[in-house]
Design a protein. Structure first.
Length: 102
């Protein structure tokens, strides 16, 4: 009986992995798939759509759809600089000649 439950649990894990893998091949995702894809809850994603903070489509007024490429762009928006990038920019701005100073 123990062995049966282990096999069943492994099959469910494999099924879940296959469902997640299918998300990566679809160009357009529904609300649940999009929330899994970007790693947030469906309620938070719905909140983002209602505040128009994330690109989405609502063709019939009920179901929400998301282009994967739009989600990728949204996730990569507002990049944060590393400490070394900030340091380099700081040094560059201090060594840059000022206008009007001879």
């Amino acid at each position: 009986m123990q062995n049966y439950h282990e096999v069943l649990e492994k099959l469910q894990t494999i099924e879940q992995a296959l469902l997640c893998q299918n998300i990566y091949f679809k160009p357009v995702l529904n609300l649940k798939e999009a929330s899994q894809y970007i790693g947030i809850s469906t309620s938070f994603l719905y909140k983002l759509t209602s505040s128009r903070a994330i690109p989405h489509s609502c063709p019939n007024g009920k179901m929400l759809f998301f282009k994967k490429e739009d989600l990728d762009a949204w996730m990569q928006s507002n990049p944060q600089k590393t400490r070394s990038e900030i340091s380099v920019a700081s040094v560059a701005s201090m060594t840059k000649p000022r206008k009007g100073v001879a």
